[in-house]
Design a protein around this ligand. Structure first.
Ligand code: NAD
Length: 351
């Protein structure tokens, strides 16, 4: 395949970010864009020399589209993903994958044996700091991982201004725990190499709106380790988002600041800050772009295009998106019951 022809559905904040990066890449072209907002569809199509659609069904029927990006709010992911999975096209779907267990079961079933590539968008796996951390973990610098902690801090006002009020609406967004902590749970699974077995949680509810604005979760992991994740949306509106992790094993530990791209590794070799990051004469400033969400997104888009061209299976499949989602549902149940809840990983056998 010379160039991957992209059709992108959902032209809001995240859709525009993907388009910006995809349009700068050699190996792909923006063939079609779709949004229910006709003006937005038309303007975006003009900007990228693509064709405009307001009905995603028509975009999915296009032979000239090889890969579909699903970047609408999550309440539409299921219907679009279900239709896309009947086309055989390559698919990138935003997180969280879907909103209900029934939808997830159908997606699992439809995606089994699917001939196109499918990937879920967890860009933090592609930040330089995370990639360096994974190199250390794979080398064995930490030994056996016993403990992981992740936290996410942001301004709710800023979050709503960027993405729209739907992010705080349980019906449309699924709830903030689902909307945002799927990233943290994916990081726990990816970096510890262990599954989340059970969870407990406490949360603080927004004084004026119906959602949890802050929470702490604890988890037992399949390899005997433990993890905690916590989120808080009360940062001042002028501050950037923060996402940080600590990963501790019996031989060393890593402190990782994803958005600032800082990594500290403490192991038998001593303490190293940002190991391997300043090779090729790059300065810290040069690599900063890698670490912000946009940097991760750009590298993830490049990776997905590479998987399509080289016929490789993407590292973040439906099952990863499904499991991160199912963990958040167990968290809601833990909050409701005030107890430790076993995560129920569905099999997708039901129709
Ligand atoms: N992976 C990440 O790091 C990351 C970051 C931010 C957002 N997201 C996800 O990306 C998705 C979009 O978020 P956003 O912030 O861009 O939202 P947004 O509200 O800014 O944009 C959504 C766009 O989708 C359009 N739309 C809605 N329904 C549609 C339909 N049926 N067909 C076509 N277009 C439709 C809207 O008109 C809007 O233009 C969400 O699922 C969100 O969770 C992921």
């Amino acid at each position: 395949m010379d160039k991957v022809r992209i059709g992108l559905i959902g032209l809001g904040w995240m859709g525009q970010l993907h388009l910006q990066y995809l349009s700068e890449m050699e190996g792909c072209i923006i063939e079609a864009v779709c949004d229910v907002d006709e003006k937005r569809a038309g303007e975006t199509a003009e900007k990228y020399g693509a064709r405009a659609f307001t009905d995603y069904h028509l975009l999915l029927e296009e032979d000239a589209v090889d890969a579909v990006y699903i970047v609408t709010p999550q309440m539409y992911h299921f219907e679009i993903l279900k239709a896309a999975l009947l086309t055989g096209k390559h698919i990138l779907c935003e997180k969280p994958l879907v909103l209900t267990a029934e939808e997830l079961s159908k997606v699992r079933r439809l995606s089994r044996g699917y001939k196109g590539k499918i990937m879920v968008d967890f860009p933090q796996r592609f930040s330089v700091a995370t990639e360096e951390a994974m190199c250390e973990i794979k080398k064995g610098s930490l030994g056996k991982i016993q403990f992981m902690r992740g936290n996410f801090r942001f301004s709710m006002k800023r979050h709503a201004a960027l993405h729209g009020e739907w992010v705080f609406d349980r019906k449309r967004g699924g709830g903030l725990i689902l909307e945002s902590s799927v990233h943290l749970w994916d990081a726990v699974r990816y970096m510890t190499g262990q599954e989340v077995v059970s969870v407990g949680a406490v949360a603080h509810c927004h004084p004026d709106m119906d959602f949890e604005d802050s929470f702490f979760c604890i988890a037992n992991l399949s390899g005997g380790g433990i993890a905690s994740i916590d989120m808080n949306g009360w940062l001042p509106d002028n501050s950037d988002t923060d996402k940080r992790f600590e990963i501790v094993g019996d031989a060393g530990c890593i402190y990782l600041d994803e958005f600032r791209n800082y990594l500290t590794v403490k192991s038998e070799k001593g303490i190293e800050n940002n190991p391997g990051m300043f090779t090729d004469g790059m300065t810290h400033k040069d690599v900063m772009w890698h670490s912000a969400i946009a940097g991760g997104v750009k590298r993830l888009d490049e990776y997905f295009m590479r998987c399509i061209r080289l016929d490789e299976t993407p590292m973040i499949g439906i099952e990863d998106g499904a499991r991160a989602t199912e963990i958040t549902w167990a968290v809601y149940e833990a909050l409701r019951t005030g107890s430790i809840v076993k995560v129920n990983y569905g099999t997708g056998e039901s129709a």
